[in-house]
Structures are given as structure tokens and as C-alpha cells.
Design a protein around this ligand. Structure first.
Ligand code: ZN
Length: 285
């Protein structure tokens, strides 16, 4: 990936889709991610990064292709490699196991670890009960708790692997002292986590795993795996904003709600829902 990003030129890549004009050290154009009449979308050849001052979209060439072409991470990379005339090494991406399977296994293990910790942490269970959450919902959505000290999770897995799946922030555990909401893919594998602090003074209130080969937030929906198991879902699906909205609706008999993961709804997400249901009902604040 490093070699690839060092070889390609982001101005050329983006220039195929956006008309760019040189302006001092950067290139300027109309942002492809939001509607605008005056350009606020900049591409820096020096940093090999794009940034929009209007909607704050930003990233490198890989991000750009993922965002505009709906490419998954591996597709974006092979597309760019082909353009750059680079041969993709036949590891990781081609033979999905072991790299991909190993990552999934680690994410499941982390999920179990967080769940076990919630079971051991009475004051966190009380906290959830005070919020009105039933035990059955805590189990159904596999909620957990990430303690401050996570030695047991971290001592057995190599740092590199933990970082690959998004469990680290720098060298530290990403989720600490947070209620954990595992994010499942359609098959029910845990692919990422959301973490909610229970301290009003700690920001941000919600924290999500960063994007990884296992998790692209624009293509996933929280609660879709659980909703998929209900026959009511064939009739309609509710789309709400957050984890707690999904869970509270389920607790009150509407188990066919899903949440976007802090992004605007994407066509991929709509396609995924359309495969399961006839009617999609948006229910935002
Ligand atoms: Zn923009």
C-alpha cells in the first residue's frame, strides 16, 4: 500500500472524475461529495491528499476510489495497482484466509472478551439497567464492556494484528472504559465496534472502529444481522441514527430497525436493505 501510494499521483486519479485547476501549490475543483457552485475541494500533489473545506471530506487516492466508486478496500487497491503497473503481491488480499479469517477470529475474540467483562462488572450492568435496557437486549445485541486495563486481550495477540483490525489507537487500546456495541456483518461476524462512554464529561460520547479491510462504514448497517432474522423485516425496515435507538426499538417490539454508522446513507446500504425488505422507513431526529 505504501509503495502504491508512493507511485500513483492523486491529481491524475481524481482528475479523471473532477475537473481540477491549478491554484498555487494545490489543485482546486467542485467537490464530488457535496453540491456546490464555487470550488472548495482541494487536491494536494505534495501531500497526496484531498480535502474539502465545504463538507470536510478528505483522504488519499484509495479513500477517494472507495468513496466515489463504491469500491471495497481491496478493490480500490487492485484498481490503483493496475493503473500504476504494479503487480499485486499474492498474499493477504488474494487468499482471504489466513489474513482475513485471522482478523475475523480476533474480532470475535475481542467481542467475547468485552462481553465477559460486562458480566463481571456490576456497576456497568447497573448503568445499562438505569438506561432502561433489558438483559435480553444486552445479550441479543451482544453488548460488552471494555475495561481500562485490557492485559488479557492484548497479551496473546501481536500488536500488528490488533492494529489491523482497528483495536488500537496508537499503541493503546482504542476502547477503554466504554460500553461496547459490536457491529456485525450480514453473516453475523463481528467486524467492528462502537464504544459509548458512561461519563458525561468524556468526549466523544460515541467512538467507532476506524475503517479496515473488515469494516467499511458506508456499506454496513448496525442491527442488520439481528433484523435479518425476523420475518417482519420482509415488510419494512426502520433506519435510525444510533445503536441505542435500534436496541430500544427492539426492546419495544420493533426488532427490524437498523442504524447508519455516523455517515449519510449510501446506495450500497440501500441495496443491502432492499435485498431484505419492501419498505424502508427513515426515522431521524
Ligand atoms: Zn465537499
Amino acid at each position: 500500500i505504501h509503495t502504491l501510494l508512493g507511485t500513483i499521483d492523486i491529481v491524475t486519479i481524481i482528475g479523471k472524475q473532477v475537473q481540477l485547476k491549478k491554484s498555487r501549490h494545490e489543485f482546486l475543483g467542485l467537490c464530488p461529495f457535496h453540491d456546490e457552485k464555487t470550488p472548495s475541494f482541494t487536491v494536494s500533489p505534495k501531500k497526496q491528499f484531498y480535502h474539502c473545506f465545504g463538507c470536510h471530506a478528505h483522504g488519499n487516492a484509495i479513500d477517494f476510489l472507495m468513496q466515489t466508486q463504491n469500491h471495497a478496500f481491496p478493490e480500490a487497491i487492485s484498481f490503483l495497482a493496475e493503473q500504476a503497473g504494479l503487480t499485486m503481491p499474492k498474499t493477504q488480499l488474494d487468499d482471504k484466509p489466513p489474513f482475513f479469517q485471522e482478523g475475523l477470529a480476533l474480532l470475535q475474540k475481542a467481542g467475547q472478551y468485552y462481553q465477559a467483562h460486562l458480566n463481571q462488572t456490576t456497576h456497568m450492568q447497573d448503568y445499562l439497567k438505569d438506561r432502561g435496557l433489558d438483559e435480553t437486549m444486552i445479550k441479543h445485541y451482544a453488548l460488552g464492556y471494555a475495561p481500562k486495563n485490557q492485559i488479557n486481550l492484548f497479551k496473546n495477540a501481536p500488536q500488528k494484528r490488533l492494529d489491523d483490525v482497528g483495536l488500537l489507537q496508537g499503541r493503546h487500546p482504542k476502547f477503554q472504559d466504554r460500553i461496547i456495541f459490536p457491529i456485525h456483518n450480514r453473516k453475523g461476524d463481528i467486524i467492528a465496534f462502537g464504544g459509548r462512554t458512561c461519563h458525561p464529561d468524556i468526549k466523544p460520547k460515541y467512538l467507532n472502529s476506524r475503517e479496515t479491510p473488515w469494516f467499511q462504514k458506508k456499506t454496513e448497517l448496525y442491527g442488520l444481522y439481528q433484523a435479518k432474522q425476523l420475518k417482519e423485516t420482509a415488510q419494512s425496515l426502520f433506519v435510525v441514527e444510533g445503536y441505542m435507538d435500534v436496541i430500544m426499538l427492539a426492546q419495544h417490539g420493533i426488532g427490524y430497525a437498523v442504524a447508519t454508522l455516523g455517515t449519510a446513507i449510501s446506495s450500497t446500504q440501500i441495496k443491502k436493505m432492499k435485498q431484505l425488505t419492501q419498505t424502508i422507513i427513515f426515522c431521524f431526529d
